[in-house]
Write a protein that binds this ligand. Structure first.
Ligand code: SF4
Ligand code: SF4
Length: 300
C-alpha cells in the first residue's frame, strides 16, 4: 500500500489535500505555519528554547511571532495569493496545545475568514487530553504528537522535567506522567476522529532500536495514522544538544534502516518530512515567506 493508504473515503478526503499526510499531496498543496504559541510545559534535552519547538520544526530557527489577529490576517493574505494553500497549522514556537488560548483564538479568527481551510496542530501531548474537545469543536482534524519513548529510563534521558498541574516534576515521575498523558491524548484524539501523526526524534544510543520499535507498536495499536521518525539534528551551532552533549545525529543510513524496520509493510511511515519552520509558508521544501513579504503585505 501507499503511505497512509486507506480505503475509507472520509479519511481519504481529509488526507488528500494535506501535504504532510499524503506523499502525493505534498507536490500539489501548500501549508502555512503561524507561530502564535510561545509557551512550553516540558523540557526536551534537544531543545534550548531560544529557537522554535524542535518537535515539529527545523532546529536553530527563530520564527516570526504573531498575535492571533496578525496571524489570521497573514493567513488571509497568503490564501489570496497562493491558491494551493490547503492547511494552516500551529507548531510553536512553544507547545501549541499547552498555549491553547492563543492557538484556539487564532483558529477561530481564521475560520471566520476561511471556513474551508484545514487546521492542524502539533504538541508534546502533555496538555492534550483536556484540549481534544476544544480542538475538535474547531474542526481541527490533523494532530501531531511527539512521542520519543515508552520506557521511563529512556524518557528520563530525553525529558528531564515537566510542568503539570502548576507543579514541576522531574526524573522518572515526570516522564511517567508525560507518557500517560501522551497515550491518553492520542486515544482521545483518535476517538474524536482526528488523523493523528506521531513524530519521534531518533537519538542514537538512547531510543534507537527496540525503544523506537516499541513506540511504533504502541501508537499503531492506538490508531495513529502516520509515524514520522525524525533525525536528531545535533550540530552544536543549532544549539540543540544541551542535555544530549556528545550525542550525534543518526546517519542517513541509520535513519533509513530505522524507518525500514518499522514500516516493513510500506505503509504509514512518513518519509517526506522536511522538518519545516514554525512559520513556514508554501509547499514542503519550497518556502515562500520571502517572496510573499508578509510583513509588508497589504491587508486583504
Ligand atoms: Fe501540520 Fe506539521 Fe505539516 Fe505543519 S508540518 S502542516 S503542523 S503536519
Ligand atoms: Fe522545546 Fe518543543 Fe520540547 Fe517544548 S516541546 S522543550 S518547545 S522541543
Amino acid at each position: 500500500p501507499q503511505q497512509g493508504a486507506t480505503h475509507d473515503p472520509a479519511v481519504w478526503d481529509k488526507i488528500k489535500e494535506h501535504p504532510c499526510y499524503s506523499a502525493e499531496a505534498h507536490h500539489y498543496f501548500a501549508r502555512m505555519h503561524v507561530a502564535v504559541a510561545p509557551r512550553c510545559n516540558i523540557k526536551c534535552n534537544y531543545c534550548n528554547r531560544k529557537f522554535d519547538c524542535v518537535n515539529e520544526s527545523r532546529p536553530g530557527v527563530v520564527s516570526k511571532r504573531w498575535s492571533p489577529e496578525e496571524a489570521a490576517e497573514k493567513v488571509a493574505v497568503v490564501a489570496a495569493r497562493v491558491p494551493q494553500l490547503s492547511v494552516v497549522g500551529v507548531a510553536g514556537p512553544g507547545d501549541a496545545v499547552f498555549d491553547a488560548r492563543k492557538t484556539l483564538e487564532t483558529f477561530d479568527l481564521i475560520r471566520r475568514r476561511l471556513p474551508d481551510i484545514r487546521l492542524c496542530v502539533s504538541t508534546n501531548g502533555l496538555a492534550l487530553p483536556e484540549q481534544v474537545e476544544a480542538l475538535k469543536e474547531r474542526d481541527v482534524d490533523h494532530l501531531t504528537i511527539t512521542i520519543n519513548y515508552l520506557d521511563p529510563e529512556v524518557g528520563a534521558e530525553i525529558h528531564p522535567w515537566i510542568v503539570h498541574n502548576r507543579r514541576k516534576w522531574v526524573g522518572r515521575e515526570a516522564v511517567r506522567i508525560l507518557h500517560e498523558r501522551q497515550m491518553e491524548g492520542l486515544e482521545r484524539a483518535v476517538a474524536a476522529g482526528m488523523l493523528v501523526k506521531v513524530n519521534s526524534v531518533l537519538i542514537p544510543g538512547i531510543n534507537d532500536g527496540a525503544e523506537i520499535a516499541a513506540v511504533n507498536q504502541a501508537v499503531r495499536a492506538r490508531g495513529v495514522f502516520l509515524h514520522n521518525v525524525m533525525p536528531l539534528i545535533s550540530d552544536p551551532s543549532h544549539g540543540t544538544v544541551f542535555g544530549l552533549e556528545g550525542r550525534r545525529a543518526p546517519t542517513p543510513a541509520e535513519l533509513d534502516a530505522a524507518r525500514e524496520a518499522l514500516g516493513g509493510d510500506g505503509a504509514r511511515m512518513m518519509r517526506h518530512c522536511r522538518q519545516c519552520r514554525a512559520d513556514a509558508v508554501g509547499m514542503l521544501g519550497a518556502d515562500l515567506r520571502d517572496e510573499l513579504d508578509l510583513e509588508n503585505a497589504a491587508p486583504v
